[in-house]
Design a protein around this ligand. Sequence first.
Ligand SMILES: [Zn+2]
Length: 318
Amino acid sequence: MATAFEAALLAGDIPALRAIPKADLHNHIIGGGNRDYVRDRTGVDIAPLDHVLNSMDEMHEWSGKHTGVAFKGPHGRMVGIEASFVQARLHGVTRLDGGEDVWAMTLWENREVARLTQTMRDIHARAAPEIEWIPQMGLSRHCPIKYLMEWSAPFFDLDFYQSIDLYADEFAQPINVFKPVYRAAKAKGLRLRAHAGEWGTADDVWQAVEELELDEVQHGIAAASSPQVMRFLADNRIRLNVCPTSNIMLGRVESMAAHPIRKLFDAGVIVTVNTDDALMFGIGATDEYLALYRAGVFTAAELDQIRLNGLTDQPLRP
Ligand SMILES: [Zn+2]
C-alpha cells in the first residue's frame, strides 16, 4: 500500500505533501525565506530568479542586490532567518539545519555571539517551535583561516551549535586550509559538512571528506562521474544533501530529468533533497520532491525513502 507521502505525490496534492514531515539539511537560512513574509516585514519584494546563472559571482551579485538590501545589519539578517523558519514551517519541514555565518558576529556590538545565538533561539521559539532546529555554524571559503578560527571560538564555547558547514566559492582556497577549524569542531562533537562537488570534481568531493573528516557533503553531485568516489561515499555512509533546483539555476545540471541524484542513489549513496536558497529560487522543500517526481527521476516510493533519509539520524562514519 502506498504511504501518505506516495499517495500525495501521485495525486499532486500539494497541501497534503506540505503537511508531511520532511527535513531541510541544506538551507542557507538567510536566503531561505518566505517571499510574502519578507515583503511584509521589510517592504522589499524579492522576485525569484527567472534565468540560469553562470557563476558564483553572479549569484553573489544577485544576493547583494536583493537579500543584501532586504536584510541589512545584524537585526535585518535576523528577519531573514525568521523568514526561513516561516517558509520551512509552511512546507512541513520538521527538521531544519542552518544558522548564521560566524563572520556575522563582527556585525554585533562587542561581538556578542551569546546575544546573536539567543536572538536566533527566540526566533525559533516564536516562528516554528515544532521544528527540530539543528543550529549550524557557517564558514565562508573566502575567509583566511586565522579569522575563521578567531570567529568560531566563541561559537564553540557556547556548546550549543551542532553542525558546521563551509560554503561560497569552492575554488577560493584549498580544502586542507580548513583542517584546524574542522578539528576543533570534531573535538566539540559537531556534525561535519562542507560544500564540495558543486562546481568542483568527484576528486574534490573525496578529498574534502578525507581532509576534513566530513560526515556529510553539501551537493557533492560531481561524485556521480566517478564509480570509485560513489563507492567510497556509499561504503562510508557519507550523506549528500542535494538541492536539485539550485543545481539547475546555477547551471550545474542541465535539467531535472538529467539530475545525477539518480545515479548517486543507484550507486547506494545516501542522498537527501533540500532547498539551498529557497527565496532566490522561489521554491520550498515540497517543490523539490514534486519536481523530481514529475521529471520521472524517482518513483514516489523512492522519494519517500529519500525523505526519510533526512529525518533519521545518520550514524557517523564507521
Ligand atoms: Zn549551498
